[in-house]
Design a protein around this ligand. Structure first.
Ligand code: 5RP
Length: 218
């Protein structure tokens, strides 16, 4: 199986977790795109979706799935999203697609975070994948210095602007032994909008696609 076939397999299993008549939180990325396509086949059975990016919104709209503003709702039973890395505690690095801030906001509101991944995303220790950090443009150089002080090597994502009009620094060289601590420390840097560590609010369920099938892990 190709990596994309594995991503699709995890996404199809995630459709089983979509409650009848509910609003669904939808993440961003190539794995989630398969989930959105699956949602399109059952759109009469859901009330609509809250999206974490302009890209996902466009795909949802193209399939006729109603989009809701997060401020309109109080109950979001399920959020489905991919990850760049996920560890045994279900802490994740996210933001490879640059949508980390909105993803974090929607995930915070959701009751259950369902992570859909192919098996290559499972790691013992987070940090081989560079950690994305969204920063306000005027704070870029300051935040770079602070991230270097924390032991990382920040690299500006060239030619990329987030849906919120900000920049992404991809932080290389981190071996993240304590994801919660680092998530908090980076959030303390003035000018950081959000960082791609999802440790305080990790996943609740992991649907991990392997060539032998999709493992459901809780
Ligand atoms: C986007 C994300 C994605 O979930 C993450 O990058 C995984 O992407 P893909 O499903 O394409 O492998 O966090 O900001």
């Amino acid at each position: 199986m190709t990596q994309d076939e594995l991503k699709k397999a995890a996404a199809i299993v995630a459709l089983e977790y979509v409650p009848e008549g509910a609003v669904i939180g939808v993440g961003t990325g190539s794995t989630v795109n398969h989930f959105i396509d699956g949602l399109g086949t059952m759109r009469e059975r859901i009330a609509g979706a809250v999206s974490s990016s302009e890209a996902s919104s466009a795909r949802l709209q193209a399939l006729g799935i109603p989009l809701l503003d997060l401020n309109q709702i109080t109950d979001l039973p399920v959020y489905v999203d991919g990850a760049d890395e996920i560890d045994d505690s279900f802490a994740m690095i996210k933001g490879g697609g640059g949508a980390l801030t909105r993803e974090k906001i929607v995930a915070a509101v959701a009751t259950r975070f369902i992570c859909i991944c192919d098996a290559s995303k499972r790691v013992e220790c987070l940090g081989v994948f560079p950690l994305p950090v969204e920063v306000l443009p005027m704070a870029r150089a300051y935040v770079e210095r602070e991230l270097t002080r924390l032991g990382g090597r920040p690299v500006l994502r060239e030619g990329f602007v987030t849906d919120n009009g900000n920049l992404i620094l991809d932080v290389h060289g981190l071996r993240i032994a304590d994801p919660r601590r680092l998530e908090t420390d980076i959030n303390q840097i003035v000018g950081v909008v959000a960082n791609g560590l999802f440790a305080h609010r990790g996943a609740d369920i992991l649907l991990l696609a392997t060539p032998g099938g999709v493992d459901r892990m809780v």
